[in-house]
Design a protein around this ligand. Structure first.
Ligand SMILES: Nc1nc2c(ncn2[C@@H]2O[C@H](COP(=O)(O)OP(=O)(O)OP(=O)(O)O)[C@@H](O)[C@H]2O)c(=O)[nH]1
Ligand SMILES: [Mg+2]
Length: 264
């Protein structure tokens, strides 16, 4: 898992807490971690790679040497090597646009995503609830991403974070069999057939899961460009209602039915 976030969020502290050793350099000054550091963790028979990254800085604070760009580059490189991205947020500082930006990078790349609201030990239960609400608001483009409140310092919530990451990894790699998918899809179409769009009567023939990590579905149709946006959203929601996929983005593509070659 790639552990990303702003400087001082507690990314290295989380790694130390998980490994039980003071391996990663932790400091109250932002910018303590300057590179990405891999640590192999064995837990309950599972192996996972923790990638600690340099905190992503705000543009306004950037020096002319482009530290911001460099930290974003490191974060993206770490995401590329991971199933799950853990976005660590200093919840005591609050959730900001920069966090949304980093989460957006992960979602665009198709990573699974878990949000860690860290430094809970500095906050009352009421404050924790508020910051959770704020996180949902600002990360509204990923309502499927679990939010875990934790304290890397005390260790509270850390196990829950790891369990959530393990679940998100499984969902990210999950595959639904084609037969099951099509039985389900029939219900979806029955409940709500695709509307006629610009005079074209859209038909959806069948669906398959073409890829995992992230789960990607292909729907074969007569008019791939005329499946209304709201209908596409309905299909995605129906898939999630039935199959979960909590913690991972899913994609649904619409593809034209291949024409039979002449003479067949
Ligand atoms: N109270 C409290 N402090 C924490 C917690 N987690 C981390 N800290 C403190 O926050 C500061 C930053 O922690 P780091 O783990 O170095 O943060 P980082 O995200 O790795 O920071 P960079 O490497 O600079 O990006 C340190 O002073 C930690 O002791 C926590 O759960 N509670
Ligand atoms: Mg660090």
């Amino acid at each position: 898992m790639a552990i990303v976030g702003r400087p001082n969020a507690g990314k290295s502290s989380l790694v130390n807490r998980l490994t039980g050793e003071e391996r990663q350099l932790v400091d109250s000054r932002p910018g303590t971690t300057v590179d990405s550091i891999d640590t192999l963790l064995e837990r309950g028979g599972h192996r996972m790679v923790l990638i600690d990254t340099a905190g992503v800085r705000r543009k306004a604070k950037v020096d002319p040497k482009g530290v911001e760009a460099l930290s974003v580059y490191h974060a993206i490189r770490a995401m590329e090597r991971s199933d799950v991205v853990v976005l660590m947020i200093d919840a005591h500082e609050g959730v900001g646009e920069q966090d949304a930006k980093i989460a957006g990078l992960a979602v665009d790349r198709g990573n699974a995503l878990v949000i860690g609201l860290n430094k809970a030990d500095l906050m009352s239960a009421e404050e924790q609830k508020d910051v959770r609400r704020r996180a949902r608001e600002i990360l509204s483009f990923a309502p499927w991403a679990p939010i875990v409140t934790l304290s890397a310092k005390s260790g509270r919530g850390v196990k829950s974070l790891v369990d959530t990451v393990a679940q998100a990894t499984a969902e990210h790699r999950k595959r639904v069999a084609t037969a099951e998918m099509n039985r389900f899809f029939e219900e979806v179409l029955d409940r709500h057939p695709p509307p006629t769009q610009a005079g074209r009567s859209v038909r959806l023939y069948y669906v398959t899961q073409a890829e995992t990590a992230p789960p990607t579905f292909v729907v074969v149709t007569n008019y791939p460009d005329y499946v209304h946006f709201s209908y596409q959203r309905y299909v995605v929601n129906a898939i999630r209602d039935r199959f979960g996929f909590e913690g991972t983005p899913i994609r649904v593509r619409y593809r034209a039915k291949r024409k039979k070659p002449r003479g067949e």
